[in-house]
Design a protein around this ligand. Sequence first.
Ligand SMILES: *Cc1c(COP(=O)(O)O)cnc(C)c1O
Length: 395
Amino acid sequence: MHVYADNAATTKMSQVAINAMLPYFDKVYGNPSSLHSVGQEAKEALDAARQTVADCLGCEPREIIFTSGGSEADNQAIISAARFGARKGKKHIISTAFEHHAVLHTLDKLSKEGFEVTLLDVSNGHNITAQQVKEAIRADTALVTVMYANNEIGSILPIAEIGAVCKAAGVPFHTDAVQAAGHLHINVKEQNIDMLSLSGHKFHGPKGVGALYVRRGLPLVNIIEGGAQERGKRGGTENIPGIMGLAAALKDACDHIDENMPRVAAMRDKLIEGLSKIPHCALNGDPVNRLPGNVSFCFEGIEGESLLLLLDMQGVAASSGSACTSGSLDPSHVLLAIGRVHDVAHGSLRLSLCEYNTDAEVDHILKVVPEVVQLLRNMSPVWRDLQTGKRDYIL
Ligand SMILES: *Cc1c(COP(=O)(O)O)cnc(C)c1O
């Protein structure tokens, strides 16, 4: 049996999204900036896709900019707010310690340029509160950027409350909603969101295409300079097939949230319940406000990388912290941020489900994970020390 349980890393494309893209490779292949009818046909498709995305988010089409993905959208939102804040003498930015690297590395760059960054502490509860944001806001705060839901541990943040706090303080609010879009209901106006990033490949759309919502009136700076595409805010000929695929996938996902997500959450809960029985483990992330597909655990006395390789041999594609993808030996910054010590953070496992997963696949995971954890513990000198009392259990 082959089980793909790494949907937070990327998803397979839906047939709906593939079909939406196909005509735009060889039939409607014009450049939307061309004045002839071949180009104008592509322009009409682009306008329709923008309307679709806007409808899914509860905003106007002119508030949507298509980008090369979630990372570019995050970069553009944060850098724009920073540049315009700085013009008014505001050089303070608030974020959280467990953001995606697309956010954290952009903030690093800005802090080297003299911005002051406050990363809200998540060490005590796998989440933040709107009160924490409120207390961190200063007269010189240029931006609050807080993710909608965490990609590793699945916590869903109190976005509407944070939006209200930011609005009351007059501070622009950006959210990286890459894990939320298509999985949770979003309405940027009701939730007081000023800027929002999403990415096609996290909801069964194509890779390499994303979108940034920017509330009308908020200024943007370009990350990609070039032609006048995207209201002059993002140069480069639009990726029409990608944009069509993203829009179709987002609409399909949003139209079926109430049907798909409870079923995904039921599989998630069955996995959490079953895996919790493994001795000396701990669930990571918010147990209540949690992405429907996210299961994240730390197991004491094992290495996450070995666990992944053995699971792969058993047909299960999963993930540990994000660190292994970067080729570094440091454990995930997210797990360290929520207070897991190094040894424990190394033994992490993330299973991320989608509506294509089945109950039989969940049963397969529940069979193989405990076996593989036990196998690795039997070979582990750390586990032996824990068992013989030379070392104290943390979990
Ligand atoms: C995947 C992801 C991104 C990056 O999106 P890309 O389209 O791959 O650039 C950003 N933030 C979060 C939370 C993600 O999960």
